[in-house]
Design a protein around this ligand. Structure first.
Ligand SMILES: Cc1cc2nc3c(=O)[nH]c(=O)nc-3n(C[C@H](O)[C@H](O)[C@H](O)COP(=O)(O)OP(=O)(O)OC[C@H]3O[C@@H](n4cnc5c(N)ncnc54)[C@H](O)[C@@H]3O)c2cc1C
Ligand code: SF4
Length: 323
């Protein structure tokens, strides 16, 4: 049963920031993840502050320099259906379209999707594990078939968001407002690994709110997309996913970003695989080398070795779409 909490609709951004700085207070955007966490007692809330009335956090607009600015309250459904995002940033449109179910995509926002809490069943269940401030990771020696094969240490979650790896691949930036003013954080520096802090998933400080996400101007010759492998065709998180953003001139790859979902506690960039592509023709040989390089440093747990082969195949399939 859900415990009682106060619910406040912030009238403006300043009020939201002020209210959120208090202990026991949580931000509510679409509420699809937050309310589940409170109901399941993953954490308890004294007060929930809704930002859903803040019109300034809505809308998709041109950004200075030729990119796009996406408000944090834009829903996944709006992103998936936006012609400009489909054309110039297909990795993001496909990632948003692949997340959850139609109902959740209509309600869930971009800000909430990148900040949602992990789905580890111990974390979501009645276990005071390391991520909740306890001493133990129950997954390390327990049921870990959906956990990470890269970047695990103390905690072995996978980051649950589909849009997060796409934003890292597209070199997006988060604009953040908080008690100390505004800052902009590149998506590649926003998500953190357990080695940095195993109790949170990103760099946000108490009271900070993502206001919008800025996509840089599309590169000429860009190809990219998001391929997601999951157990069921819908309403399921990634077992492994590949967000790609390539710049190809003639036949030659000039620039490559490959970022994986479902395999690490944060969107996992694969520089060794990227290097196998840059300067080469995008053919079966280069794709095979990139796929092999992408799993080179994998370190599976007792029950998730299947993810290593799955990821290699996913990289191969994702890149073969562009040949
Ligand atoms: C059954 C189910 C299946 C799902 N499958 C997938 C899936 O396949 N792929 C996937 O990516 N997701 C999946 N999800 C997660 C879903 O996409 C997220 O719940 C949703 O995107 C969260 O958006 P929201 O606006 O409802 O966030 P909320 O629930 O309102 O917030 C989520 C978290 O983000 C914080 N937050 C929200 N907005 C901001 C902001 N602007 N600044 C700072 N912090 C913020 C909140 O405080 C909270 O901690 C699934 C969820 C469910 C319940
Ligand atoms: S993987 Fe992380 S969230 Fe899951 S039990 Fe271990 S410490 Fe907790």
């Amino acid at each position: 049963m859900m415990s009682d909490f106060a619910y406040v609709r912030a009238a403006n951004l300043e009020e939201a920031i002020r209210l959120l700085a208090a202990p026991g207070t949580f931000l509510h955007a679409g509420g699809t993840d937050l309310l589940g966490c409170v109901r399941d007692e993953v954490f308890s809330a004294d007060r929930v502050v809704s930002i859903s009335g803040l019109a300034g956090l809505r809308g998709i607009k041109p950004a200075p320099g030729g990119g796009l600015r996406i408000g944090a309250l834009v829903t996944l459904a709006e992103i998936a259906a936006h012609p400009g995002i489909q054309k110039d940033y297909p990795a993001l449109a496909e990632a948003a379209a692949s997340a959850a179910s139609p109902q959740l995509r209509n309600q869930g926002t971009l800000g909430g999707n990148v900040c949602q809490r992990p789905r580890c069943w111990y974390f979501r269940g009645d276990f005071h594990c390391a991520r909740k401030g306890g001493d133990l990771c129950y997954a390390a020696e327990g049921e870990n078939e959906y956990h990470c094969i890269f970047g695990g240490e103390i905690c072995f979650i996978v980051h649950p968001s589909d849009t997060a790896p796409a934003l890292v691949a597209l070199e997006a930036a988060f604009r953040i407002s908080g008690p100390r003013g505004q800052r902009t954080v590149p998506a590649g520096s926003f998500f953190i690994l357990p080695g940095q802090d195993h109790t949170r998933e990103n760099v946000l400080q108490k009271g900070e709110i993502i206001t919008d996400v800025v996509l840089p101007a599309p590169l000429p010759g860009r190809r990219g997309g998001y391929l997601k492998v999951r157990s069921r065709a819908t309403w399921d998180f990634a077992l492994a996913g590949v967000a790609s953003s390539l710049q190809v001139e003639g036949d030659i790859v000039k620039r490559a970003r490959l970022v994986f979902s479902g395999v690490a506690p944060a969107p996992w960039r694969a520089p060794a695989a990227e290097q196998e592509l840059v300067g080469h023709k995008l053919d079966a040989d280069a794709i095979g080398r990139a796929a092999a390089a992408s799993i080179k440093d994998a370190s599976p747990l007792s029950n998730n070795g299947y993810k290593v082969t799955l990821l290699r195949g996913a990289v191969e399939e994702a890149l073969s779409r562009f040949v």
